[in-house]
Design a protein around this ligand. Structure first.
Ligand SMILES: [Zn+2]
Length: 450
């Protein structure tokens, strides 16, 4: 589960083109391998052995079990593997995988980077990814599960932390969101010198991040605020205006952002950087803003890094456009109400038939009643095939939303229904929006992560 960008060899004194800018490459010594204690090297070797064995008996990628074994041998492995590295962490409920991928691309423009952007984002997965690194990568861009941020920050001593949003992942986790904001805040209080790149428009994130000495505030825009209407500081009511918010009972209010996003560009202290992403939608420009803002704190010029972000076409299978059974499809992941809010924005520009696939396994949350918090009314005018294990729950929700729909027994059936519709435009991909395990199933069908 590792993605390593090998350092690019460049000749000193030569120029190279980055977009329309020419850059003079200066001479620099080859990077020395990151120093790692013997015990840690043994731990990594054993972890890789176990991961390999696990892969051979087809128990997934094996990275998490390998990481667990390695941590048994060296409980301080994460500390040791990050000791010589410039570390940036990315955490959020939604978008952390994409942001980490874009951040890795930005940093890779002038240094070698190791990342776990395929999504194993707790300590075992992270040490597994770091253990796969070649050793020359002086930078690490790591996605971190929201609940593991404190532990990973303490062990890694990360210089920069990106916190983009907090919302409940599953219906049974509402209280957890507030607890998480409190955990983030006390973590950052204990690491005040860490620079935080934080969402000024998410009151939970803003409250948590405001204890850091240096915060780069990003105006991500009013997102899904269903979990943030109570003030995290005092329990009072938060008034949310168009693009401003404040607590009616205490001092908490929207911090003034230095990074903003408009339709064509990202602005850093007023300086415009055009970012024309392959990844669709406003939400990905916001993810790019977090990525470039974080890269900037680590010495990378956003204008220089922007072309590398534009080259990212998919993230761990998300947004992939491909063919399945003679049907052009586009894969979208939307795993919770906040994620759906973003997906519906992407989907609003089309009236073509689409497929929605919902499961309710452990990783999805067993209770699919969160479907009632999703504004499926916005799909009115589109024809939807409901599929996945909870297709009937979804169908009930779509009926109440006034969305024209039928139920399909599986993905093949769903695609056949769409394909056979009169007027089906074979050139335009059929959007398949799925929650977590349904997405993984569909991704497997089209060849998995690549
Ligand atoms: Zn308050």
């Amino acid at each position: 589960m590792t993605h390593v960008h090998a350092p690019r060899l460049r000749r000193p004194g030569r120029t190279r083109a980055v977009g329309s800018i020419r850059v003079v490459v200066t001479s620099s010594p080859p990077p020395a391998a990151v120093a790692v204690p013997l015990r840690s090297r043994l731990a990594v070797a054993l972890g890789r052995l176990v991961a390999g064995a696990s892969r051979r008996v087809r128990l997934g990628t094996g990275s998490v079990i390998g990481g667990r074994v390695a941590l048994r041998v060296d409980p301080r492995l994460l500390e040791h593997l990050t000791a010589d590295r410039d570390v940036v962490l990315v955490s959020a409920t939604n978008g952390k995988t994409t942001t980490t991928r874009l951040l890795t691309a930005a940093l890779s423009t002038d240094r070698a980077v190791v990342s776990n952007w395929l999504g194993a984002n707790m300590t075992p997965g992270i040490v597994a990814a770091l253990g796969e690194a070649e050793g020359s990568e002086r930078a690490a861009a790591l996605e971190v599960d929201e609940r593991w941020l404190g532990r990973v920050l303490t062990a890694s001593g990360a210089r920069t932390v990106v916190l983009s949003n907090l919302s409940r992942d599953q219906l049974d986790r509402t209280q957890e969101v507030r607890d998480l904001a409190a955990q983030w805040r006390s973590t950052l209080e204990a690491h005040r010198s860490t620079t935080v790149v934080a969402n000024a428009d998410d009151p939970l994130v803003a409250w948590a991040a405001s204890v850091a000495d240096e915060v780069v505030w990003v105006a991500a825009g009013p997102g899904w605020t269903g979990d943030a209407t109570g003030c995290p500081a005092c329990g009072g009511r938060i008034d949310i205006d168009e693009d401003d918010w404040h607590c009616t009972a205490c001092e908490l209010r929207r911090p003034s952002p230095s990074v903003t996003v408009d339709d064509e560009a990202i602005l850093f202290d007023g300086e415009r950087v055009t970012v024309d992403l392959e990844l669709p939608g406003r939400i990905n420009r916001v993810n790019a803003a977090f990525a470039l803002a974080a890269a900037r704190t680590m010495g990378v010029d956003p204008a220089m890094a922007a072309p590398a972000l534009m080259a990212v076409r998919e993230v761990a299978g998300r947004y992939r456009v491909t063919d399945l059974d003679g049907c052009r499809i586009r894969l979208l992941l939307a795993k919770n109400p906040a994620g759906w809010d973003e997906a519906l924005e992407l989907l609003a520009d089309s009236t073509a038939p689409m497929v929605i696939s919902i499961n309710a396994r452990i990783a999805d949350g067993h209770d699919p009643s969160w479907l009632w918090d999703v504004e499926f009314e916005r799909l009115a005018g589109r024809f939807v095939v409901a599929t996945g294990e909870r297709r009937f729950d979804l169908a009930v929700r779509l009926r109440y939303a006034g969305v024209d729909h039928v139920v399909g027994d599986g993905l093949d059936d769903a695609l056949a229904i769409v394909r056979d519709r009169p007027g089906h435009d074979g050139a335009r991909p059929v959007d398949i929006a799925s929650n977590y395990t349904a997405f993984q199933d569909h991704l497997e069908r089209v060849g998995g992560v690549r």
